[in-house]
Design a protein around this ligand. Structure first.
Ligand SMILES: Cc1ncc(COP(=O)(O)O)c(C=O)c1O
Length: 367
């Protein structure tokens, strides 16, 4: 037997985690870069949310409401769901971690699709469980491939719908079929971070399924269309037993007071969200069309971002395109870490930002 390590050792699995690499926030020598690397809202938050955040400064000595009661009530009213079946988290990232730690551990498997959101493998390894990835078909989750990998060890199945970074989605019928194929002990988590951007009538955010099944949880966030990524507010809707587990394991004041106040105000400003969706409905297809006219590939997306594909030759590939865009002051998101080395993910920004990206890509491809 080898000598035990002398320094403290983390639990198995932790050192297998590839650290999450977020979108870059700045570029050396460029004052105000065009930041399209993190799927943030083009329009930013509602002015009402900013005012609520500012007003929170008068009570900084008070603890937040640890149960986020007002926000849960408002979410319940907005979505027609029971506020007692909502748990609010410090971003949906926190919920992903809480769910995984509570329901999976050493010897257990957590299943998701090949190009699924990066936090699923991180949370799985952090819990000491084993990540299992199902192949995709055309950069889209493949329900049959996922079902084929379910074993008695499977404890959680994560499905981002729409998925980041691919922008693809599985239809409500496919979501129902995936759920129907899972044994009742498997927790099915539908991550609907981009649900508010979706304008497809065959889409589901998982809420209806979660209303009637004990093994379904659905997650949402204020980081995307609500424009509050900095404040970290996400939420989960699930059966009372799942909520109970999350409440037991979350920090007592996991969502700060200013964040709760801003989220509550943001939720109330329906007009702002409609404008953000309308903006996306114009500029996502516009951008996809322009990029295709440049001879580049664009994967169909129903989120507020799109994967642009590049040829694999040196000088014309995604890495070269990233360098070119950055030199022009545009920050895209490389997605090689997602197993997509030939693509860059670009968030839908403001009109002048999207025009600037197209102009930069045009000089890149030399047209
Ligand atoms: C699919 C998906 N789920 C969850 C998150 C995490 O969001 P939050 O900011 O609420 O932690 C993201 C953020 O990029 C995402 O794309």
């Amino acid at each position: 037997m080898s000598a035990p390590e002398k320094r403290p050792q983390p639990r198995p699995g932790i050192m297998k985690i590839a650290r999450y690499v977020g979108g870059e926030g700045g570029l050396p020598g460029i004052d105000d870069p065009i930041r399209l690397a993190s799927n943030e809202s083009a329009l930013g938050p509602s002015p009402k949310a900013i005012a609520a955040y500012a007003a929170a400064k008068d009570s900084l000595h008070r603890y937040a409401d640890g149960g986020a009661a007002a926000l849960r009530r408002a979410l319940g009213a907005r979505h027609g769901i029971d506020p007692d079946r909502i748990v609010v988290g410090n971003g949906s990232d926190e919920i992903i971690g809480l769910v995984t730690k509570a329901y999976a551990g050493p010897g257990d498997e957590v299943l998701f699709s090949r190009h699924g959101f990066a936090m699923y493998p991180i949370a799985t390894l952090a819990a000491g469980a084993t990540p299992v990835t199902a192949p995709e078909a055309g950069y889209r989750a493949d329900v049959d491939a996922m079902l084929g990998l379910v074993t008695e060890k499977t404890k959680i199945v994560f499905l981002a719908n729409p998925n980041n970074p691919t922008g693809s989605y599985v239809t409500a019928g496919e979501v129902a079929r995936l759920h129907a194929g899972l044994p009742p002990h498997v927790l099915f988590v539908v991550d609907a971070a981009y649900a508010e951007y979706v304008t497809r009538n065959d889409y589901t955010d998982g809420l209806e399924l979660a209303k009637t099944h004990e093994n379904v949880a659905t997650m949402r966030t204020f980081s995307k269309i609500y424009g509050l990524a900095a404040l970290r507010v996400g939420w989960c809707y699930a059966a009372p037993a799942v909520c109970d587990v999350l409440h037991r394991t979350r920090g007592p004041f996991n969502v700060n007071a200013a964040a709760q106040a801003a989220a509550l105000a943001a939720l109330d400003d329906v007009g702002h969200i409609d404008r953000a969706r309308a903006h996306n409905d114009i500029w996502l297809p516009w951008f996809a069309e322009q990029v295709q006219q440049l001879g580049l590939t664009v994967l169909p997306s129903i989120g507020n971002f799109v994967l642009v594909g590049f040829p694999s030759e040196d000088g014309r590939n995604a890495e070269a395109a990233e360098a070119h865009l950055k030199a022009d002051g545009v920050i895209p998101r490389p997605v090689a870490g997602y197993g997509l080395p030939d693509f860059l993910r670009i968030t839908v920004g403001l009109e002048d930002e999207m025009r600037a990206v197209v102009a930069s890509l045009r000089t890149f491809v030399g047209r």
